[in-house]
Design a protein around this ligand. Structure first.
Ligand code: BES
Ligand code: MN
Ligand code: ZN
Length: 490
């Protein structure tokens, strides 16, 4: 997981990129024509391919040129972006890197042809796209094909863009390190990535990045009176952990930004057992925890002047003779009693106690992140994370961060009327409502524990991992959260 790729910028005109001593050139074409400025022989090759129909300047299209005339690099990949947006640039870089990563190229120069603005946002997108395209999971699969031979990426820009581009490269590398860390933790199976493993990983991160990391065990969790969290873990042999990790970049009196991540390292559903199909994917149910740790890593590398506290309740959700049963009533740390009508709605149970715990920090803002509901996947699919907040200004900040990070989120409603569904005859609140609007009632449940501070909730059930042939953790929403945390520094 170390940083093996070297990213830098180089000030160079479009006309001289053909003279760069690199193994490959990746040309991202933003416009609909090959404009003047490019070396004429190279421009001729590309225009010829366009005329022959071998290349079209549409997103997703590209052309490989081997030892083209007039170019020092042995390889040129022309990747059409189909537009000048940062998002289009990122997709075209990802496409180009996927084409070049299996070649002999080690050092690739990337240049954009056409398009008006070019700045740090593009540089950040370049780094995260390259990191995403070259990550290989090997922790339990050492036989996985060798990672790409790419080791150095040079982004070509002009003098006026250089400062912003350099900042973007730095930000991108921090975000990429956080995303890769979150992907790696998410991908590790439930028998490796246990609550203790997550705690060890947090401790290790603390050592390398000068963070204060505290880990509470079952006894200490009991002392705090976290009856809801304890109810979820009581059926498991694997012991629970409560992780508190702090980055102190601000003054002592500065109210911290607090992130809370759901850390269910395997969710069987408990006594309300899930069906067998795809149950393996419930190893990803610690995606909230992973993204919080990934964000902590990114922030610790960028060292903004603020305080960040990351809190992770982590355990398994297992069926056993000791498991909590449907209808059991438990007392949360807040004092509110909860009727556990469905043991598969466990995420909100571990989160509610963490949300009460963080009151002690007098937070400036609290954002919780959780693979919370299948209903959120039904509502938003796999593109947008669900954003819930009663605070319009906070929701707006998160949406701005989401857009800047190219990590989409969509705001969902939180009307009080939805609370009706959580009523219980036997406790202050039930842990499930009716199936319709399930992502919203889950958020409404959490809201009951957040009255002391500004709060938002991200449901990442549809975005934390991919299923199918590309099954694996995405590292989302580390980019969104990192941008958000940075935006809170003054
Ligand atoms: N971890 C799941 C949510 C989930 C399910 C994420 C499928 C991604 C894909 C969560 O703990 C859960 O089981 N939620 C239940 C809640 C229900 C019982 C109210 C769900 O969504 O089915
Ligand atoms: Mn569940
Ligand atoms: Zn779950």
């Amino acid at each position: 997981m170390g940083r093996i790729m070297d990213f830098r910028h180089q000030v160079s005109s479009l006309g001289t990129i053909s003279t760069l001593a690199v193994d490959a050139l990746l040309l991202v074409i933003a416009g609909e024509v090959i404009e003047a400025g490019l070396d004429s022989k190279l421009a001729d090759s590309i225009n010829d391919a366009l005329a022959q129909g071998d290349l079209a300047l549409k997103a997703g299209r590209g052309l490989y040129l081997h030892r083209p005339a007039g170019v020092k690099a042995a390889r040129v990949y022309v990747s059409a972006a189909g537009g000048a947006s940062v998002k289009a640039f990122k997709a075209a870089v990802a496409h180009g890197v996927n084409q070049l990563k299996g070649s002999g190229a080690k050092h690739v120069a990337v240049a954009r042809v056409g398009g008006a603005e070019f700045d740090g946002r593009h540089a950040e997108a370049l780094v995260t796209a390259v990191a995403d395209a070259t990550y290989v999971y090997r922790h339990t699969k050492p036989s996985a094909p060798a990672a790409s031979g790419l080791s150095k990426i040079t982004l070509v820009c002009n003098k006026a863009q250089a400062k912003s581009v350099e900042e973007g490269l730095v930000r991108g590398q921090a975000v990429a390190a956080g995303v890769t860390f979150a992907r790696e933790l998410g991908n590790r199976p439930g028998n490796v990535c246990t609550p203790s493993h997550l705690a060890e990983q947090a401790k290790k991160l603390g050592k390398t990045h000068e963070l204060k990391v505290e880990v509470l065990d079952r006894k200490e969790i009991e002392k705090l009176g976290m009856g809801a969290f304890l109810a979820v873990t009581q059926g498991s042999y694997e012991p629970p952990r409560f992780i508190v990790a702090r980055y102190n970049g601000g003054t002592k009196t500065q109210a911290p930004v607090v992130l809370v991540g759901k850390g269910i390292t395997f969710d069987t559903g408990g006594i309300s057992l899930k069906p067998a199909a795809e149950m393996d994917e419930m190893k990803f149910d610690m995606g909230g925890a992973a993204s919080v740790l990934g964000t902590l890593r990114a922030v610790a590398e960028l060292k903004p002047k603020l305080n960040l506290i990351c809190v992770i309740p982590t355990c398994e959700n297992m069926p056993s003779g000791r498991s909590v049963k449907p209808g059991d009533v438990v007392t949360s740390m807040s004092g509110q009693t909860i009727e556990i009508l469905n043991t598969d709605a466990e995420g909100r149970l571990i989160l509610c106690d963490a949300l009460t715990y963080v009151e002690r920090f007098k937070p400036a803002v609290v954002v919780d992140v959780a693979t919370l509901t299948g209903a959120c996947v039904v509502a938003l699919g796999h593109l947008n994370s669900g954003l819930f907040s009663p605070d319009d200004a906070l929701a707006a900040d998160l949406l701005v961060a989401s857009q800047a990070a190219l990590d989409p989120a969509w705001r969902m409603p939180l009307d009080e009327e939805y609370a009706e569904g959580l009523k219980s005859n036997f406790a202050d609140v039930g842990n499930v409502g009716p199936r319709p609007g399930g992502a919203i009632t889950a958020a409404i449940f959490l809201k009951r524990f957040t009255s002391k501070y500004r709060w938002a909730h991200l449901d990442i059930a549809g975005t934390a991992w991919k299923s199918g042939a590309a099954k694996g953790a995405t590292g989302r929403p580390v980019p969104l959260l990192t941008h958000f945390v940075l935006s809170q520094a003054g």
